[in-house]
Design a protein around this ligand. Structure first.
Ligand code: PEP
Ligand code: MN
Length: 339
């Protein structure tokens, strides 16, 4: 249930309403926007008399919310969430470009790529230290050492780092990471979601390969229910009958999620297509469709990459793309009168 308060509501009447609701076992999330203050009521609201609340002096309107996700629901929180990461903000009209190798392979490799992508306009460095691989015989990532190399690249460039957490027991190793990535294969690893919900580092949840919007938002809800509201969603393609591309990028996810949730939305055209030459058109499409940012794989030597070479761009191909993406984003903002 959501309660929209009148603009000039009396604070002591509001306190009494909150106490009354809390006594009934309801948790309240207050969202103070420019226009309205909204109370999100989480818990068993079935016994709350909606007419009684609607009749209060301080209340403008009351609505029951059908969707099972509350904290992630835009109805509860009409303003866009902006996630602060180091000196950059994800959401809020910015275009975040996360770029870097699929896997961290060596310190020299990740530092060189970080320097190159930063010079091209990237605002975050991506790179996997713990890798979810289909084959147990494939390169599994450098683990803790990989995290150290990412930190070295951050120290050299100032770029915040985003990297995947696969196992709850590794969480202490991630205390210096800027954004924790939950991979597509772990989108419904509920223990992992609970664990990252109980800490305050931003969490980016990639869409499961066959996850519906609602399932994906329920994963965000798991993190937010634990108290961590710094959640970012990442569309990375879903499984369809088409086998030409690695996955099928669902660009409709961007406007749909924009309507359903206040959380920032990133698009990963690399895993979505599996082909380097499809990264540019789909990245441009994602910006045109309103994404808050992109996650793009960049490798200095894709032919010899230990993971995902065929979908990785060389730094010299990433450079003009990053510039085009920033220019397209600025043009769109200008057309919307917000530049
Ligand atoms: C990745 O970003 O390295 C990755 C494995 O992506 P996904 O979870 O989307 O497959
Ligand atoms: Mn990859």
């Amino acid at each position: 249930m959501i309660v929209i308060l009148k603009h000039d509501h009396n604070p002591s009447q509001l306190d009494s309403l909150i106490t009354w609701l809390q006594d009934k076992g309801i948790t309240i999330h207050t969202s103070i926007g420019e226009g309205n203050t909204v109370l999100g009521l989480v818990g068993d609201t079935s016994k709350i008399d909606i007419d009684l609340i609607a009749a209060l002096d301080i209340v403008e309107d009351v609505k029951r919310v059908q969707e099972p996700y509350k904290n992630a629901n835009r109805k509860f929180h009409p303003e866009d969430t902006v996630v602060q990461v180091g000196n950059t903000q994800i959401g809020g009209g910015n275009l975040t470009i996360m770029a870097g190798p699929c896997s961290v392979e060596s310190e020299e490799q990740v530092v060189a790529i970080a320097k190159a992508v930063k010079a091209s306009g990237a605002t975050m460095l991506r790179g996997g230290a713990f890798k979810p691989r289909t084959s147990p015989y494939a390169f599994q990532g450098l683990g803790e050492t990989g995290l150290e190399y990412l930190k070295a690249a951050r120290a050299e460039t100032g770029l915040p780092i985003v990297t995947e957490l696969m196992d709850v027991t590794h969480l202490p190793l991630f205390k210096d990471v800027d954004v924790i990535q939950i991979g597509a294969r772990n989108m419904q690893n509920f223990d992992l979601l609970k664990a990252v919900g109980h800490q305050d580092k931003p969490v980016m949840i990639k869409r499961g390969m066959s996850a519906t919007y609602e399932e994906w938002l329920m994963s965000a809800e798991y993190v937010m229910a634990g108290g961590n509201e710094n959640v970012i969603l990442c569309e990375r393609g879903i499984r369809t009958f088409e086998s030409y591309t690695r996955n099928t990028l669902d660009l409709a996810a961007i406007p749909v999620l924009r309507k359903l949730t206040h959380l920032p939305i990133i698009v990963d055209p690399s895993h979505a297509t599996g082909k380097y030459w499809l990264v540019e058109p789909l990245a441009m499409g994602a910006v045109a469709t309103g994404a808050d940012g992109l996650q793009i794989e960049v490798h200095n030597d894709p032919a010899h990459a230990l993971c995902d070479g065929p979908q990785s761009l060389k730094p010299e191909a990433f450079d003009p793309l990053a510039k085009k993406l920033l220019a397209l984003h600025a043009t769109i903002r200008g057309m919307e009168g917000q530049a």
